[in-house]
Design a protein around this ligand. Structure first.
Ligand code: CAA
Ligand code: NAD
Length: 294
């Protein structure tokens, strides 16, 4: 897989200046991972609180790297200093690559990228971290759709090795190569996939989550399911996983993928995750999901 990625990266230049849109679970994780790999990072969010939370998490991860002997205190501070947070568009004109990680809503993604694009260099590449939306549907909002790729990271970003790099028909080869090169520089395992709802992993994951919520709707205790899956050897069961992912994101993913494959993805999946999202039980990020977190 690594060899194929190295071939796909070709002689694409390294990304030295990264611009991340959205400082949530994923944007924050991407920013830290990129700064750790030596990139200069700007993170933009509309919420000052989200930016502060992302920096707190980055400081926690930096301290852990020092405690584990993987970074000196001085180098950890240098990594943190490479991350700049902002609510404006400063420095967008310097970005080699933009990674969009705002909420999983097509209209919001289209709107933020259409507003940002005129500020970028003509050769800047834009990547979306969407979990399930068709990247081509986002590309339609851009003046230059050839610069858009998907870069689908997994949560938690600093530890999960896989990166799905999504190629749309319009994607220019240089844009694809730069995204793959960036993934390799972030120490990920980039796999190039086609543009379809859910790409590769989330099509599989959604079938699993639907099977889980069906059991819950039938009255099986979610804790018992988690314990069984952990005993089976998976690092965490599906209820805990949904708490980590976030119920709002999880609900959007299920909705998009079920609509994308109605014949296979059981259009009548139980309304468990979406109902929890509507009730504000978003998981770890809101303090309660299947489990209590505060
Ligand atoms: N951020 C950064 N690092 C983290 C972390 C986090 N949130 N959580 C754990 N880690 C690190 C720990 O620091 C530890 O590293 P060191 O030992 O080097 O210090 C390492 O991961 C292992 O952690 P733990 O021993 O505490 O716990 P663990 O063995 O259970 O591993 C885990 C943690 C890697 C997260 C593991 O539980 C796991 O793989 N869980 C499944 C995660 C998963 O499936 N993610 C995909 C979600 S779906 C998705 O992302 C796609 C989508 O579009 C929705
Ligand atoms: P999140 O809710 O943790 O964070 C989203 C952030 O986007 C928030 O801080 C919000 O303030 C910000 N935002 C909203 N509108 C904005 C705007 N106009 N400009 C700038 N920032 C804005 O969400 P997340 O879990 O980080 O998910 C982000 C993206 O990553 C989604 O597309 C999601 O599908 C994808 N993703 C999520 C996971 C996961 O496990 N959570 C995994 C892979 C991919």
């Amino acid at each position: 897989v690594k060899k194929a990625a190295q071939k796909a990266a070709g002689d694409a230049p390294r990304v030295s200046s990264l611009y991340v849109l959205g400082a949530g679970i994923m944007g924050g994780g991407i920013a830290w991972t990129a700064a750790r790999a030596g990139m200069e990072v700007r993170v933009k969010d509309i919420s000052e609180a989200a930016l502060q939370k992302a920096m707190e998490e980055a400081r926690r991860l930096a301290a852990r790297e020092v405690a584990r002997g993987r970074l000196s205190e001085e180098k950890a501070q240098a990594c943190l200093a490479r991350i700049r947070t902002q609510t404006d568009d400063n420095g967008a004109d310097q970005a080699d690559l933009v990674i969009e990680a705002v909420v999983e809503k097509l209209e919001v993604k289209r709107q933020v990228l259409a507003a940002l694009e005129p500020l970028l260099r003509a050769d800047a590449v834009i990547a979306t971290n969407t979990s399930s939306l068709r990247v081509g549907d986002i590309a339609a909002a851009l003046a230059d759709p050839g610069r858009l790729v998907g870069m689908h990271f997994f949560n938690p970003v600093p530890v999960m090795p896989l990166l799905e790099v999504v190629r749309v028909k319009a994607t220019r080869p240089e844009a694809l190569a730069l995204a793959v090169r960036c993934g390799l520089d972030l120490k990920k395992t980039p796999v190039v996939v086609s543009d379809c709802p859910g790409f590769l992993v989330n099509r599989i994951l959604t079938a699993y989550i639907n099977a889980f919520t069906r059991l819950v709707a039938e009255g099986v205790d979610f804790r018992a399911i988690d314990r069984a899956m952990e005993a089976w050897g998976w690092p965490m069961g599906p209820a805990l996983l949904e708490d980590v992912v976030g119920m709002d994101t999880g609900a959007h993913v299920i909705e998009v993928i079920s609509a994308g494959y109605p014949e296979r993805m059981a259009a009548d999946y139980p309304d468990v995750i979406a109902a929890m999202a509507r009730a504000g039980r978003l998981g770890q990020k809101s303090g309660a999901g299947f489990y209590a977190w505060s």
